[in-house]
Write a new protein. Structure first.
Ligand SMILES: [Zn+2]
Ligand SMILES: [Zn+2]
Length: 219
């Protein structure tokens, strides 16, 4: 299966230019089997949605995922839930999170108020995978490797230099799990990266299993 682990849609991500319908259409044409919708999950995004009259950030976030999953099912593209999380204490760093359920983050303010260390402990206890996204982009600060399950070693966002070769070397040095993603925000970003797996992924639990056990290669 060909899966993009890092995709944004405009309903939630203010920087996103593509609707879930457009994303599903483009990724289906690109012959992907699945994508993880990793919309921004942070206080700033919640505040922007509030300005647009959307007061329940948690509901809007998961409604978007549910709608995408339903449209994807119709079109033959599996849509899995993810988060690109940001903590209030480090408002420039981004983290990709897989396996965080609506129940885990119902109190989203509490999640965003955590430190990386606190979230790392929470994630480990709950079976949630915690990766730092594009850790060597300008303005980012790499967090201590012991807090992370892994890092994104290939991020193909064309309007940023993610210094992927440094990220790959860092992951190697600290034996962190490695992931890749397009960080898709607009049409030119679609389908620029993927992971490939021989295993069947039908649910987010299946994805967590293959990520946890490194049962994939990076394209
Ligand atoms: Zn973004
Ligand atoms: Zn992103």
């Amino acid at each position: 299966m060909k899966i993009d682990l890092h995709v944004h849609s405009k309903e939630i991500s203010n920087c996103g230019r593509l609707s879930i319908e457009e994303i599903i259409d483009l990724y289906t044409k690109a012959e992907y089997d699945a994508i993880v919708l990793t919309n921004h999950f942070n206080s700033e995004t919640a505040a922007i949605l509030r300005e647009r009259g959307i007061n329940d950030f948690h509901k809007a976030f998961f409604d978007c995922l549910d709608q995408a999953a339903a449209i994807g099912k119709e079109k033959g593209l599996l849509i899995l839930p993810g988060h690109e999380l940001r903590f209030d204490c480090h408002p420039k760093n981004d983290y990709l999170v897989f396996g965080m359920t609506p129940g885990h983050c119902r109190d989203w303010q509490k999640i965003c108020a955590m430190t990386e260390k606190e979230f790392s402990e929470f994630a480990a206890a709950e079976g949630i995978l915690f990766y730092q996204a594009h850790p060597f982009r300008n303005g980012m600060k790499i967090v201590p490797p012991e807090y992370l399950f892994g890092i994104e070693i290939k991020n193909t966002h064309p309007r940023h230099d993610s210094r992927n070769e440094i990220a790959a070397a860092w992951a190697e040095k600290y034996q962190l799990h490695k992931i890749a993603g397009s960080d898709c925000h607009q049409t030119q970003d679609v389908a620029t990266s993927a992971i490939l797996t021989d295993h069947t992924v039908a649910t987010i639990q299946d994805l967590v299993h293959i990520l946890k056990n490194d049962l994939y290669t990076i394209l």
